[in-house]
Design a protein around this ligand. Structure first.
Ligand code: PBG
Length: 349
């Protein structure tokens, strides 16, 4: 209120509450909000997962992941170029293996001419400046959809680890920069490290899916790689129980001890407590995977007009940074990168 001359002097408008602390003062306008902001999201925080499929000029929609497509290798190369131009440091490749090439042992995983290996060669030749992360696990290649080898209906750990180590070497030979084992077998990081070193790939990094939970949020991904109708049973004998957090720290400790350079927690948003605990305990490069189901939820709600999809996207990624993640694998990566670049151009945050 402003004083008006001539009118009776207004009673000084005392603050009704005698507050020493008013945290809202620091939020009163955009410049001060920027000044006190504790965490920042940067293009360098993003890793973009891509699905590759056979053919050329191919973009196949994935109904449960609106806005995400399976790409033939030629298109994937163009998208990798776009990612590099946006400043995204790395992409992660996942294959939609033709059903005819899937078998009981996932032998296609060891074929140096498989989809992922051909994509690695094409992308590293055309876009050498982008990092290529490849997934080590057998599920895109097995007829039963499991990440490991089955014997009498059980996943056999040690035989699986031997296959995974060979798969990692085949990927490194094709130009993979970072090997990301997502299988959750015991001892696989050490075996992969030894195999890579023996094959002359001491510089190839390992980003282990150290704490990967048996989650319902992977559903749309299994549609994308074509395993959802194949999967026999579930993955609870190797992926972690969602009820456990101390066990996640143990898994991370083991993977670091075995030679992991970076670790990942997966899924992301429902497991922010794990990300926080891992970063605080180990202080090592810690990544989160905002998985397919998390992406699908935001997209579905946005499509229905139930929330502002763009804001939910940015808020979800900032939450990972606040929890302590150094970076996030996200299907939103190019959209977020575009938004961050536009904001920077506009002189905003
Ligand atoms: C499989 C793998 C999965 C994902 C990445 N690698 C699914 C699974 O374990 O069944 C999920 C990614 C996502 O949901 O976006 N090795």
């Amino acid at each position: 209120e402003v004083d008006r001359p001539g009118e009776s002097a207004p009673v000084a408008r005392a603050n009704p509450l005698d507050l020493r602390h008013r945290p809202r003062r620091n939020r009163k306008s955009e410049w001060t909000r920027r000044m006190v902001r504790e965490n920042h999201l940067d293009v360098a925080d993003l890793i973009w997962p891509l699905f590759v499929t056979e053919g050329s000029g191919e973009r196949m929609a994935i109904p449960s992941m609106p806005g995400v497509e399976r790409l033939s290798i030629d298109i994937a190369v163009r998208e990798a170029e776009r990612a590099a131009q946006l400043g995204i440091p790395a992409i992660a490749l996942f294959p939609n293996t033709p059903a005819a090439l899937r078998d009981e042992t996932g032998s296609e995983a060891l074929n140096g001419e498989n989809l992922v290996c051909r994509a690695c060669r094409a992308i590293s030749a055309a876009v050498p400046e982008i990092g290529i992360v490849t997934d080590v696990a057998l599920d895109p290649y097995t007829s039963h959809g499991h990440d490991g080898l089955l014997e009498d209906g059980r996943i056999i750990n040690d035989e699986t680890v031997a296959a995974l180590a060979r798969q990692a070497v085949v990927q490194a030979q094709s130009g993979a920069d970072v090997i990301a084992p997502s299988d959750m077998m015991d001892g696989r990081v050490a075996a992969i490290r030894a195999a890579l070193d023996a094959a002359g790939y001491a510089d190839v990094q390992i980003m282990s899916y150290a704490a990967k939970f048996a989650s319902a949020f992977y559903g749309p991904f299994r549609d994308a790689i074509g395993t959802s109708t194949m999967l026999v049973g579930d993955k609870r004998t190797y992926q972690m129980d969602p009820a456990n957090s101390r066990e996640a720290l143990r898994e991370v400790a083991l993977d670091l001890d075995e030679g992991a350079d970076m670790v990942m927690i997966k899924p992301g948003m429902p497991y922010l407590d794990i990300i926080h605990a891992v970063k605080r305990e180990f202080g090592i490069p810690t990544f989160a995977y905002q998985v397919s189901g998390e992406y699908a939820m935001i997209q579905a709600a946005a499509a229905n007009g139930w929330l502002d999809g763009e804001r939910a996207m940015m808020e979800s990624l900032m939450a990972f940074k606040r929890a302590g993640a150094d970076g996030v694998l996200s299907y939103f990566a190019p959209r977020v990168a575009e938004k961050l670049l536009a904001e920077r151009k506009a002189g905003g945050a």
